[in-house]
Design a protein around this ligand. Structure first.
Ligand code: ADP
Ligand code: MG
Length: 379
């Protein structure tokens, strides 16, 4: 017996309850199922997803296609294409920053690769198709301009500091065919750092309140434009900047970077306690310099020990986002101002992408778990 082709309505019904990876609300309620075309042997669906969830476009499409294949096994050709659903950010905090998520990347200790990981998270999200800004909050030791090969003095226009733009990031979703033939415009990534304002090699000697002022100014007075994510590279050590940030805007949360070494883990534990003290949610832990794979013998060396961050994350009840091996090219790219090139290296890229995917996947899961309508307090 041959089954008759499904009608549009039953296809819509099959997909209706799938949660939007940004809001967690069903796709159907937000008009995100744009078009459904059904023939005797094919189902073609166009789904609109926001750029905030660009990191999850691939997995969302696979999930929708799988759902349709399971529900309509008689239909041999099933395709889902993504178009962009525009949902601009609202202003957050008192400083009027237009961003949907603000993520601080911190660690207790310097030299663990925090700035490298912060830059790679920003680059990874931007390459996926999100609108991302990167703020270097390490006022005493700004390294983001160097890691990204950016120079220049930001101009002031209309009373706003014009950030330096990181250009020519490819849009992965386009080359991966996720977006069908719809051309997706490229967005340059705005970057702001004290390194653009203070000449290289010059020391900044500031007191606490001035530090507070500098961070507030870089956040408030920079023409960031509407952002999906603002990634903040935090300075190592004490909680000054974290406290400042928690006072001026609602942070989505913090990512803590450490190495598997005991001293780094101890410092990371302190950083986690510090974030908790100022009520910044912990989004997860990244283990950097996890191991070294000798390029000549492919032998693995656990230079700083192994598995420590995963264990610590588990003990402290924080998601473990992934690991990044110690790789000579990561250091070379950093020194040459080509951190973005880590994404062209097959030995680094999967690790960096996996971290971005778990980070954004966890954010999406947290959204989905939130009640759709906040209940009003009973007075
Ligand atoms: N996984 C890695 N493999 C090799 N070198 C790394 C790795 N992560 C960071 N580095 C290098 O280590 C140094 C310190 O990194 P950085 O990101 O500036 O650390 P932090 O911000 O924690 O002080 C840089 O030279 C960087 O290129
Ligand atoms: Mg740094």
């Amino acid at each position: 017996m041959t089954q008759s082709p499904p009608d549009q309505q039953s296809v819509a019904l099959a997909l209706a309850a799938v949660a939007d990876p940004e809001t967690g609300r069903p796709l159907a309620t937000m008009d995100q199922l744009c078009s459904i075309a059904v023939t005797a042997d094919s189902i073609s669906v166009i789904v609109a997803l926001t750029s905030h969830s660009a990191m999850l476009w691939g997995s969302t499409r696979s999930r929708l296609e799988e759902l349709l294949r399971t529900r309509f096994p008689q239909v041999p050709n099933i395709s889902v294409v993504i178009v962009e659903h525009l949902r601009p950010p609202s202003k957050i905090g008192q400083i009027g920053l237009e961003a949907k998520s603000v993520i601080a990347v911190g660690s207790g200790k310097g030299g663990v690769g925090k700035s490298t990981i912060a830059a790679c998270i920003a680059l990874g999200l931007a390459r996926a198709g999100s609108r991302v800004g990167l703020l270097d909050a390490d006022v005493y030791g700004p390294s983001v301009p160097h890691l990204l090969g950016l120079t220049g003095r930001p101009d002031i226009q209309d009373g706003k500091i014009q950030p330096v733009l990181h250009q020519s990031l490819p849009v992965e979703a386009q080359s991966a065919g996720l977006l069908g033939s719809t051309p997706r415009p490229q967005f340059a990534m705005p970057v702001m750092s004290m390194g653009f304002l203070v000449p290289a090699g010059e020391a900044v000697v500031w007191r606490g309140p001035m530090l507070h002022g500098a961070i507030t100014q870089m956040l408030r007075d920079t023409a960031w434009g509407p952002l999906d994510y603002l990634i903040i590279d935090m300075p190592p050590g004490t909680g000054d900047i974290a406290l400042t940030l928690s006072q001026i805007l609602p942070l989505t949360g913090a990512v803590v970077v450490c190495t598997p070494q005991d001293v780094a883990l101890l410092d990371a534990t302190k950083a986690i306690a510090m974030f908790r003290k100022v009520n910044i949610p912990l989004l997860g832990m990244v283990e950097n310099m996890s191991f070294f794979l000798a390029p000549d013998s492919n032998k693995r060396y656990d230079i700083f020990g192994t598995g420590g961050a995963k264990r610590t994350a588990h003990e402290l009840d924080i998601p473990f986002l992934g690991e990044v091996p110690l790789q000579i090219p990561i250091r070379e790219h950093g020194d040459a101002g080509r951190t973005a090139a880590n994404f062209d290296d097959p030995a680094s890229r999967p690790f960096l992408e996996a971290i971005c995917v778990s980070l954004i996947g966890n954010l999406a899961a947290a959204h989905a778990a939130r009640p759709a309508m906040p209940s009003l307090p009973v007075l």
